[in-house]
Design a protein around this ligand. Structure first.
Ligand code: SAH
Ligand code: SF4
Length: 359
């Protein structure tokens, strides 16, 4: 267990067991999540003996930094972490400037002059069991679930790094390696820990969870009425077409997924995002756009289309700009808002679906 695996009550119990005053829990929590200390030596407000006990029992960083890569434009950094058992995971920092999300025009790599977003894309599993054919993580298969602390630690790593340049994380997307709803409990406890107002205090609305569409978990998530944003990877509007690229469709049909989405909107009043990787000739035709529009009719939603990023295990190609715009226009004419997302970090294999623990 690492230090970030502890929730506040477990930390308090541990201190009681060690015969330490419980107010130390608060000091440790503040050190970890407000001052962003990254080693026990930094807790100068604690007695040395307690610092040593902490260090002996709970390692601070679970990761070896294998390598990191910066995109040529300097706006995206991908870090490859090695876990103690040798598994590799990746987490990506994306710097965005306002208003056009186009850093070349609106901002410099230091972010000067831009209204800055610092978005982290973090992993919830090493590998993934869902097997989507177009996704590098799916292509590598499932290794294991991450603990809540390993999920939190990715955020703390970047938060500490940004703090050194007087910046901070503004958004967290659970869109790195793995399927967050397949590791539901650890993912939610990581979010709760980061959300704690007495700790890191990261607002629920600044998180986005992306799921392949695990129906029972979508319903559970809806019942919990969390303020966290939800995105669903749909990519096809028809069972046969979806099954051809996403094996999960064997278990959960498009209708089941959309019913669960309607339930989510009814329970929370929140808009849902559908993700759509545009693959040339596969899911980007006007017919598909029309079918999608009719299936989404009446649902409080938004479609996030992104031209497919290349991966070694799949030979589908990205939709070109004109076809992507035509797709978007059909949806919008039918009253479904759609944005075409900018591709980020492609030169360092840090784009959506390109994370595979390689370099
Ligand atoms: N497992 C979750 C979250 C991680 S993937 C999920 O599938 O939703 C994050 C997003 O990237 C998903 O929408 C996924 O479908 C998409 N994606 C995967 N491979 C991609 C690729 N090669 N190009 C573009 N998007 C891709
Ligand atoms: Fe897993 Fe998401 Fe990749 Fe599918 S797209 S294989 S669910 S990480």
């Amino acid at each position: 267990m690492i230090i970030y695996d502890l929730d506040f009550s477990t930390l308090t119990n541990t201190l009681e067991k060690w015969n330490e005053p419980v107010y130390r829990a608060k000091q440790i929590w503040q050190g970890l999540y407000q001052h962003l200390y990254d080693s026990s030596d930094q807790f100068t407000n604690l007695p040395k003996s307690l610092r040593e006990k902490l260090a002996e029992n709970f390692p601070f960083s679970p990761f070896k930094i294998r390598t990191y890569l910066d995109s040529a434009d300097g706006f995206t950094r991908k870090t490859l972490f090695e876990l103690p058992d040798g598994n590799l995971i990746e987490a990506v920092l994306m710097r965005y400037g306002d208003p056009a999300d186009n850093p070349q025009i609106t901002a410099s790599p230091t972010g000067r002059g831009a209204k800055n977003r610092r978005t982290l894309c973090i992993s919830t599993q090493a590998g993934c069991a869902m097997g989507c054919v177009f996704c590098a993580t799916g292509q590598m298969g499932f290794k294991r679930h991450l603990t809540s602390g390993e999920i939190v630690a990715q955020v703390m790593y970047y938060a500490q790094m940004l703090k050194d340049v007087n910046e901070s994380v503004t958004n967290i997307v659970l869109m790195g390696m793995g399927e967050p709803f397949h590791n539901y409990d650890n993912t939610m406890s990581a979010i709760d820990r980061l959300n704690d107002p007495d700790g890191f205090n990261f607002g629920a609305r600044r998180f986005t969870i992306s799921t392949v569409g695990l129906v029972p978990q979508i319903r559970r998530f809806a019942d919990e009425k969390r303020q966290v944003n939800l995105a669903i990877s749909l990519h096809a509007a028809d069972d046969a077409e979806r099954l051809a690229i996403m094996p999960v469709n064997k278990r959960y049909k498009v209708d089941d997924v959309l019913d669960a989405c309607r339930y989510y909107v009814a329970q929370t009043g929140r808009r849902i995002t559908f993700e759509w990787a545009l693959i040339n000739g596969i899911n980007d035709t006007p017919e598909v756009a029309k079918r999608l529009a009719s299936r989404l009719k009446g649902l409080l939603c938004h479609v996030n289309a992104i031209p497919l990023n290349p991966t070694t295990g799949y030979d589908g190609r990205a939709t070109d700009r004109n076809r992507a715009v035509a797709f978007k226009e059909i949806l919008e004419q039918a009253g479904i808002p759609c944005t075409i997302r900018m591709r980020r970090g492609i030169d360092i294999q840090a784009g959506c679906g390109q994370l595979a623990g390689g370099v």
